[in-house]
Design a protein around this ligand. Structure first.
Ligand SMILES: *Cc1c(COP(=O)(O)O)cnc(C)c1O
Length: 638
């Protein structure tokens, strides 16, 4: 679409398509007639809540950006969906076991999140999976349902086992999953001494391996889990101790975000054979735990691309149930209860990061003088020449020449042979050339590779009020793509191409890859900033992993967190609010003492008074400013 035409004819439908909101939003997000993003807490056909309405409410309550917004209904809806999908598959296929979901606490350990999960999962006996003593204690404080499974993974020491065994005595439905051969002896000793017969599970290494970022936990060389030989040894040891009847569960975890359903099926088949083998060894078993891996379609492409998945939740459940049945029916082995540890797919959707744009940096096209000053150096004249002769036929040549002469001018500047003004003129001419090439190249049938990349280099930089390191760590660490878009002005044509920079002073604190149905794009379509008006963007699907991996880069702390809960009529309330870290809070995390900082400043100020540099009332105002600073939000406050 030509730009002028787009400018006038842009519709909400165009925004829906451009940002793919209906592809990745799972029906939870859409755009209303006003051009604002809306949340549909109960799915497509329910009421809609305008994001701008929520933001207005946040502003009134004094919550400044960035804000992590959680929508409790979406979390509940995801848990229901997983259970109902499994129930449907189990019923349709005539499977004899039940489905028992557990939430792996490491995916989002925040107290209110885990509490929400436990509440929403109550009707389904949804349990928790923990990988450390800390997570176990957190889980014990929240689980009220003694039928819900409590899966103990991770490398466990004596104390970890003690905690689990005592929890079992209290009535919790604990499963001890052995990850390492050495754990068995500790468990047996502790169990005998406490007088508890534990439910034992085995984590098996499978030879099946899924492709993708997070899947190193699968495969024979995975760091966790028992090899075949070790499994056989565990069985023998249990037999010796007359405790084979405690062996109840087989577990494997292929890794997270498994995009290809084929990998999931391969894993289940191998896992079921393992299960079969243990039953044939005489263990009672009864539970098959498939771990996590259920993927999220971050880019909405519905493909096996690593940021997507080529299956639906229903297909996942049907495939899993069917694969288990097929093998076990053949062997006349009773169907086990199925456990999955879906983390990402459970919590990704229910939270999003809202932030405002503070400023933008735009490469401006400056008018180029027709004649250069008489003292212009040779390289500058040549560059000017390139500008005059540029045409559709010599784009690549002009591009190469422009870069050559620009570099030449920079070199001469470094050796003192070109003045500041001349170098500035050189940069102006260079960018004028690049911008003309960018416009002209759209008329080419085949665009050379070099020229394809030009758009990204001409992109605006929009400065967002957030820290990638704190709020979107996977974007920085493993190039995670997340849906990112403006949450308003979606009736307007987004005429700018931009990348996003955060407010840390780290050059890695940027987002320069964006989702696209055709793969990935290097710039994001955004609206020009308006003076005196905030521009808000949202990063969606951030509920999984991002919160607790965050770090204190540049001492940017936790953001404000606000949860909303919607009622059936579309009204909603702000149910929980957690103020983000203050500057004093995060200084404390890195072992400073805010009152000592103030003490030191007071001394310095008193000295300044004594030397007559400031008055005592200046001193008061200055110290007041420092105190306010310590109490303030770590992000940019207007
Ligand atoms: C991380 C982890 C999970 C969660 O995986 P998702 O892909 O987020 O569902 C489940 N089980 C174990 C053992 C894990 O380590």
């Amino acid at each position: 679409m030509a730009r002028t035409q787009a400018l006038h004819n842009w519709t909400i439908e165009d925004s829906i398509e451009l940002y793919g909101i209906r592809n990745w939003g799972l029906g939870f997000f859409d755009i209303n007639a006003n051009g604002d993003v809306v949340i549909c807490p109960n799915g497509k056909n329910g009421p809609q809540i305008s994001m701008m309405d929520i933001i207005a409410g946040l502003n009134e309550r004094g919550y400044t950006m960035p804000v992590l917004l959680r929508i409790e209904n979406i979390l509940a809806s995801r848990i229901t969906a997983i259970h109902e999908s499994f129930r449907k598959a189990i019923k349709t296929l005539g499977y004899q076991g039940e489905y028992r979901g557990v939430f792996p606490v490491k995916v989002n350990q925040q107290q209110e999140v885990v509490e929400n999960i436990v509440q929403a999962g109550r009707p389904y006996h949804h349990g928790l999976e923990v990988g450390s003593k800390g997570e176990l204690l957190a889980a014990l404080s929240l689980i009220r349902d003694q039928e819900a499974c409590l899966i103990l993974n991770g490398y466990k020491d004596e104390e970890f086992f003690n905690l689990g065994l005592q929890a079992q005595r209290l009535g919790f439905n604990v499963f001890f999953v052995l990850e390492m051969p050495g754990e068995l002896e500790v468990l047996l000793t502790r169990a005998k001494s406490i007088g508890v017969r534990p439910n034992i599970g085995l984590r098996s290494k499978l030879s099946a391996k899924a492709s993708g970022h997070w899947t190193d936990s699968g495969g024979e060389r995975s760091t966790f889990g028992l090899s075949i030989g070790e499994i056989v040894n565990v069985v023998d040891t249990l037999k010796e101790h007359h405790m084979l009847d405690c062996l109840r569960l087989l577990h494997y975890h292929l890794g997270s975000q498994i995009s290809n359903i084929r990998d999931i099926r391969t894993g289940v088949m191998e896992g079921v054979r393992m299960y079969q083998g243990l039953v044939q060894e005489g263990a009672p078993m009864g539970y098959l735990n498939l771990g996590g891996g259920l993927a999220v379609d971050y880019d909405g492409s519905h493909t096996s691309f690593s940021m997507s998945r080529n299956y639906t939740l229903d297909e996942y459940c049907t495939d899993v149930v069917e694969a288990i049945m097929t093998i076990l029916d053949e062997q006349k082995i009773p169907h086990p209860h199925i456990i999955t540890e879906s983390g990402r797919a459970t919590v990704a959707y229910f939270s999003l990061l809202l932030f405002n744009i503070l400023d933008s940096s735009v490469i401006e096209e400056r008018p180029i003088p027709e004649k250069l000053p008489d003292d212009a150096p040779e390289a500058l004249r040549n560059l000017h020449e390139v500008h005059s002769h540029l045409s559709l036929r010599n784009l690549q040549e002009c591009y190469n020449d422009a870069i050559y002469y620009r570099d030449e001018i920079r070199k001469l500047f470094s050796t003192g042979q070109v003045t500041l003004r001349m170098r500035n003129l050189g940069e102006d001419i260079f960018w004028a050339i690049i911008m003309r090439i960018a416009r002209e190249k759209t008329h080419l049938k085949n665009i050379p590779r070099d020229l394809e990349d030009i758009d990204a280099s001409l992109a605006d930089i929009y400065y967002g009020n957030f820290s990638v390191f704190q709020s979107l760590p996977d974007v920085w660490a493993i190039d995670q793509l997340l849906p990112l878009m403006p949450v308003h002005r979606l009736k307007e044509f987004p005429s700018r191409q931009a990348i996003i920079s955060d407010i840390t002073c780290d050059s890695d604190g940027r987002i320069d890859h964006f989702i696209d149905p055709q793969g990935m794009k290097m710039t994001l379509d955004l609206h020009p900033l308006k003076k005196g008006e905030e521009y808000y963007l949202g990063v969606f699907l951030v509920g999984a992993y991002q919160e607790t991996l965050g770090d204190l880069h540049n001492l940017m702390g936790d953001t404000n967190v606000v949860s909303i809960r919607a009622d059936a009529d579309g009204s909603y309330e702000y149910v929980r609010e957690t103020r983000g870290d203050t500057v004093a809070d995060i200084l404390t995390y890195v072992e400073y003492e805010p009152h000592r900082i103030l003490e030191d400043l007071r001394t310095t100020a008193e000295l300044a008074v004594r030397h007559g540099r400031i008055s005592p009332s200046d001193r008061y105002a200055i110290l007041q400013a420092f105190e306010d600073g310590l109490r303030g939000y770590t992000y940019f406050e207007r």
